[in-house]
Write a protein that binds this ligand. Structure first.
Ligand SMILES: C[S@@+](CC[C@H](N)C(=O)[O-])C[C@H]1O[C@@H](n2cnc3c(N)ncnc32)[C@H](O)[C@@H]1O
Length: 238
């Protein structure tokens, strides 16, 4: 996909923002996110022969537990600082089947039909809608026939459906309960969300449409906590 100056700027922004946030993200405790990761891992199950990619791996919140269930994980993140933190953890924990790489979802050189599993957690809402569609079709090409894509993320649209409005209302209610800090986050995230800067989530049903269009089958959606959902889908055997 050819890249406009705005898309280049978007990638640079992600790299800068996440390099700066790497240490605090690594140390943060978030029970909601932990639930999404736990659910994702249980959907993966045991696949001792599988090669998996974890896109936007951060400091390994998904890659490290995933490594215990597959043969190997290629963990990719745009922020070099995240990859550095992941490599330190892999060394400390003696995990040898994760290869950490700096790279972006948009520019991965993965060969066609070369992996069994494509995973990601809380990353894809950073892609523009055009990049999401390109990612879904790239993932389809990377997977072997019968291979699977499993990803979790914040999944809600811009308020067109009752489900969107319920998720947004619940998010606002939770943040209002957190006092001044919460109000600041409503203002900050509201602007990002409305103007599609940094936060660009789409609904579960919009993801399903993208996956269908790319050729995926057996598409299943699960809502985990208010804003978060997980989607699984398969590349057909033929
Ligand atoms: C919210 S964190 C999630 C990290 C980890 N997956 C987790 O579950 O905690 C988002 C991560 O996505 C990475 N990221 C954002 N845009 C990316 C892109 N276009 N390509 C690769 N990684 C990206 C960021 O650097 C950051 O580490």
């Amino acid at each position: 996909m050819s890249r406009s100056i705005f898309q280049e700027a978007g990638l640079t922004l992600q790299r800068m923002v996440w390099s700066k946030r790497a240490a605090s993200w690594d140390e943060m405790s978030n029970p909601g996110l932990d639930r999404v990761v736990a659910e994702l891992i249980s959907m993966v199950g045991d696949r001792p022969e599988a090669t998996a990619i974890d896109l936007g791996c951060g400091s390994g919140q998904l890659s490290i537990p995933l490594a215990a269930h597959v043969k190997e994980v290629f963990a990719v993140d745009i922020a070099p600082k995240m990859v550095e933190l992941l490599e330190e953890k892999l060394d400390r924990q003696g995990v040898t089947n994760v290869k950490a790489l700096v790279g972006s979802v948009q520019e991965l050189g993965v060969g066609p039909s070369s992996v069994e599993l494509v995973c990601s957690n809380y990353v894809l809402h950073h892609l523009s809608d055009r990049e999401k569609a390109a990612f879904v079709s790239d993932a389809f090409s990377w997977l072997i026939p019968g291979g699977e894509i499993i990803f979790g993320d914040m999944m809600f649209g811009r308020g067109a459906t009752a489900e969107d409005r319920a998720v947004i209302a619940e998010k606002i209610k939770t943040l209002l309960g957190k006092g001044l800090g919460g109000w600041w986050r409503i203002a900050k995230n509201g602007v990002r969300y409305l103007f599609r800067i940094q936060e660009k989530p789409i609904s579960l049903s919009a993801w399903v449409e993208l996956l269908k269009k790319a050729g995926f089958v057996e598409i299943a959606t699960t809502r985990i906590v208010a804003e978060a959902g997980i989607i699984t889908a398969k590349k057909p055997l033929q």
